[in-house]
Design a protein around this ligand. Structure first.
Ligand SMILES: Nc1ncnc2c1ncn2[C@@H]1O[C@H](COP(=O)(O)OP(=O)(O)OP(=O)(O)O)[C@@H](O)[C@H]1O
Length: 272
């Protein structure tokens, strides 16, 4: 379980990015983090693994107080936290398999990893993960030969190779088309459910968050102004989070995407 208590981050510039943020995420729960630009979503994700040092407050992962760890222990603790990024952060010239195995680097001795000799158990596990994300036949391809959706699948498999107890996911679909975005969101949510992994997903696309995650946290100016299931995210809640905006237009765009996908499925069914 992840527990965030009264987290505050004030940057040196005086920007108060987080203002007493508190929530807990039990095992297997995927939390969609939404909010306007500058609301503090990235800061929150980065404070959880202390890529950004919180000014005050606590982050606990199980019985581990992440905020109290000295540097060395923090490095070990970060292995327990998998990250998935918008731009995938793959090593382009390495193969899919090598990228997945790089998730094991924190666990393997320097020389073994330098010689790229990973223990057989790690390699077997990497094959299982590639199978789970649907990339078995691409294991030997270079990362730069893959499509965006395939690259994000590698990013997911690499994060899972760490055997994390928490996933932090930063805009995983921002570079993907709507259909691939839905496939990636579905995959992340299914995997978290299978593994009992809690996750926080920073996501701009409200409709996509509503479609896939069980819980949404809305941030505005560093404070939690909504915390609930997707159904409770009505116009009033959206206005609390984003201010006065035209949500009807956004919803219509999402519905148009879904309709296009249904039409395409019907067309393909007709051809079969
Ligand atoms: N390194 C930094 N130094 C100073 N201020 C920062 C820094 N990073 C972020 N901020 C400020 O903190 C606030 C929150 O920023 P943050 O990037 O966390 O928001 P966000 O919700 O992730 O935005 P976006 O959706 O645009 O990525 C903003 O006012 C931003 O200007």
């Amino acid at each position: 379980m992840l527990s965030v208590e009264n987290l505050v981050k004030t940057y040196r510039t005086g920007d108060k990015a987080l203002n007493a943020v508190s929530f807990t995420a039990p095992k297997g729960q995927v939390v969609g983090l939404i909010g306007p630009s500058g609301a503090g979503k990235s800061t929150l994700i980065r404070c959880v693994n202390r890529l950004v040092e919180p000014t005050s407050g606590k982050v606990r992962l199980g019985d581990l107080d992440v905020t109290a760890l000295p540097r060395g222990a923090l490095r070990r603790a970060r292995r327990r936290i998998g990250m998935i990024f918008q731009e995938y952060a793959l090593i382009e010239r390495l193969t899919v398999m090598e990228n997945v195995l790089s998730g094991r680097l924190g666990y393997t001795s320097f020389w073994r990893s330098w010689l790229r000799r990973f223990p057989p158990a790690d390699i077997e596990n990497a094959f299982r993960l590639l199978d789970r994300v649907g990339l078995t036949e691409h294991a030997d391809k270079r990362a730069d030969a893959l499509s965006g959706g395939q690259r994000q699948r590698v990013g997911i498999a690499r994060a899972l190779a760490q055997e994390p107890e928490l996933l932090l996911v930063d805009e995983p679909t921002a570079s993907l088309d709507p259909k691939t975005s839905r496939q990636i969101m579905r995959l992340i949510v299914e995997i978290c459910d299978e593994r009992g992994l809690p996750a926080i997903i920073n996501i701009h696309d409200v409709a996509l968050a509503q479609q896939f995650v069980a819980r949404i946290i809305g941030l505005r100016a560093g404070a939690v102004v909504f915390d609930g299931p997707p159904d409770a995210l009505d116009a009033a809640a959206l206005t609390r989070i984003y201010g006065e905006e035209d949500w009807t237009a956004m919803r219509k765009a999402a519905e148009a995407d879904r309709e296009a996908e249904r039409d395409e499925a019907e067309r393909l069914a007709g051809l079969a």
